[in-house]
Write a protein that binds this ligand. Structure first.
Ligand code: GRF
Length: 204
């Protein structure tokens, strides 16, 4: 392999997906490494996970900047410093500023806990997603890893993984089952994007 793609992971909370990415990146043949973790909040347990693995991390909050432009520039400066190729949103609960989206277009991943294009869009997050899936009587659910553009849950679907919805499922039970699938799916999505970068460079 010529080189590994360099990923940043953006979090706001527990960071179990961050952990699954860290664990996968530890594999010798995995085509990506995590070089930076950004959190929207200093309480996020995911920051502990990053520190434990000596991954540089920083809290960057929108309300500490006068404008969206200044906020974007602070994020982009860190991404440049850590030579980031790919951004993985992993439970990042804030809107990514447009300037960051356009700078990293086609190289920003998100993981959503339902089979998009169903059960996505503004307001569809957390337990609300699983409540909606059960209320609709779906027999299957599962996470979607997709590219991020300016519209919520809208970009190219990179990969999905189905899990059953069982008759007695509560939203909490379904969430747990989907989360297990997320931890398998997200590293796979990062691998796909990393390989896009590496094979493009190899063709040059
Ligand atoms: C996951 O359910 C993911 O689908 C959603 O946010 C949650 C993050 O969980 N985007 P964690 O912080 O990775 O544990």
């Amino acid at each position: 392999m010529s080189r590994k793609a360099r990923a940043a992971v953006f979090i706001s909370g527990g960071g179990t997906n961050l952990q699954s990415l860290i664990d996968s990146c530890a594999g010798k043949d995995f085509p990506a490494e995590i070089t930076f973790v950004m959190s929207s909040n200093e309480e996020a347990y995911g920051l502990e996970r990053a520190r434990k693995h000596s991954i540089p991390c920083r809290v960057i909050k929108r309300n500490e900047y006068d404008s969206s432009d200044a906020f974007s520039d602070a994020i982009l400066e860190e991404l440049r410093k850590h030579r980031v190729d790919i951004i993985c949103l992993a439970g990042y609960m804030k809107l990514l500023p447009r300037k960051v989206v356009s700078t990293y277009r086609d190289f920003i991943l998100n993981i959503h806990p339902a089979l998009l294009p169903k059960f996505g869009g503004k307001g569809m997050y957390g337990m609300k997603v699983h409540q909606a899936v059960i209320a609709a009587g779906e027999s299957e659910s599962g996470p979607t890893a997709h590219l991020v553009d300016e519209i919520y849950d809208h970009g190219e679907i990179v990969t999905q993984k189905k899990v059953p919805v069982l008759p007695d499922d509560t939203p909490e039970v379904l969430q747990k089952r989907v989360l297990v699938a997320e931890h398998e799916l997200y590293p796979e999505a990062l691998r796909i994007l990393a390989m896009r970068i590496i094979s493009k460079e190899a063709r040059k």
